[in-house]
Design a protein around this ligand. Structure first.
Ligand SMILES: NC(=O)c1ccc[n+]([C@@H]2O[C@H](COP(=O)([O-])OP(=O)(O)OC[C@H]3O[C@@H](n4cnc5c(N)ncnc54)[C@H](OP(=O)(O)O)[C@@H]3O)[C@@H](O)[C@H]2O)c1
Length: 310
């Protein structure tokens, strides 16, 4: 078994920090590239790190010497900065680029009108055009955000659910941050690169319909959750308005549209199973209290997400 040499970009984020820790723990040689203004002091001393300004191609190319896989975990706001890797990789010996996707296949016309999804798609297309082998990792939704902040129309803390389109009967695909982190280590530490290049890898810790989530909430609280219903027509209109006005709610309307149309599970695609990992169930998360908190999204986003529950 030989390890792949991995460079990670964007190591301090909500999902990215857990993924970075898991990759470091895998014993694969990991080098962290961090942007000026970032802070690498929290990394274990044994982990090589290098400050890189993505606008400086020379510096980036130099930092990618002796690397097999570039794993970008850039946060939403930084999605387009990943074009710097697409530009640099052809001048290196990097054999695989893993852009920061972590959603689900989203090349539908409506998805490409949502700025962050469009930006992710454009990075992936640019890499393909540059003939850089890529691997995409799809998770559907992270449990911690999908079940607690309302973005998918599920609000566990306030015991309420929006049935969006047919989401009462359609499954969504959910992974905890810990599962995704374990999966990155399981996928990238030692798998021969030829088995990863050009692949879209789906992760699934659990799947649940809106009705199953509502039933788990009833079990948790002993009372039915408040149920709201949004037709696909309403969702499409709201999505159009959110896109036109530049509202951050566009992603939420799109994700709920996708769930209500039953395309999230399809969009996650073929699954990778993490050997030996004990997956959480919906009951573990909702009834057993194992759902970990998501990051603080701030009062403005909280208020905006709250406004969709009517
Ligand atoms: N499907 C879902 O439900 C879901 C939920 C959450 C996240 N995601 C996806 O998961 C991926 C990682 O998410 P995350 O929550 O870990 O991201 P994050 O916390 O927002 O950011 C990850 C890293 O990106 C870098 N970064 C952030 N903003 C930047 C900016 N404006 N300019 C330059 N660099 C910036 C930072 O690197 P430094 O560490 O160097 O500062 C940061 O630690 C993203 O692709 C995100 O879209 C999906």
């Amino acid at each position: 078994m030989s390890f792949n040499r991995i460079a990670i970009y964007g190591h301090r984020g909500w999902a990215s920090s857990a993924i970075t820790n898991a990759l470091i723990a895998s014993k694969a040689p990991v080098k962290v590239l961090y942007r000026p203004g970032s802070d690498a002091s929290g990394l274990p001393p044994s982990v090589p790190r290098v400050e890189v300004d993505l606008d400086d191609q020379k510096q980036l190319i130099a930092a990618l010497q002796d690397i097999d896989i570039v794993i970008s975990l850039a946060g939403r706001e930084a999605t387009s900065t990943q074009h710097a890797f697409v530009k640099a990789i052809p001048s290196t010996n990097v054999k695989l680029f893993v852009p920061s996707d972590l959603v689900f296949r989203n090349d539908a016309e409506s998805a490409l009108r949502v700025p962050v999804l469009k930006a992710k798609f454009e990075v992936e297309e640019a890499a393909k055009e540059a003939k850089i082998p890529i691997t995409l990792v799809y998770v559907g939704s992270f449990a911690e955000s999908a079940l607690s902040i309302g973005i998918f129309g599920v609000d566990v803390p306030k015991n309420r659910v929006i049935f969006s389109g047919d989401s009462a009967n359609q499954q969504t695909n959910i992974c905890t941050r810990n599962y995704v982190a374990a999966a990155y280590a399981s996928i990238f530490a030692t798998t021969p690169l030829a088995q990863l290049q050009g692949r879209a890898i789906g992760l699934s810790e659990l799947r649940a319909t809106g009705k199953e989530i509502a039933a788990a909430l009833k079990k948790k609280y002993g009372v039915e959750p408040r149920i709201f219903r949004h037709s696909l027509e309403k969702i499409n209109n709201e999505l159009d308005n959110a896109i036109k006005s530049g509202s951050p709610l566009a992603l939420s309307w799109y994700c709920r549209k996708a769930w209500g149309e039953g395309i999230i599970v399809k969009g996650v695609g073929n699954l990778w199973e993490v050997e030996g990992y004990s997956k959480a169930t919906l009951d573990d998360l909702l009834v057993g209290g194992k759902l970990e908190p998501y990051r603080d999204v701030g009062p403005e986003t909280s208020k905006a997400l709250d406004s969709i529950f009517h």
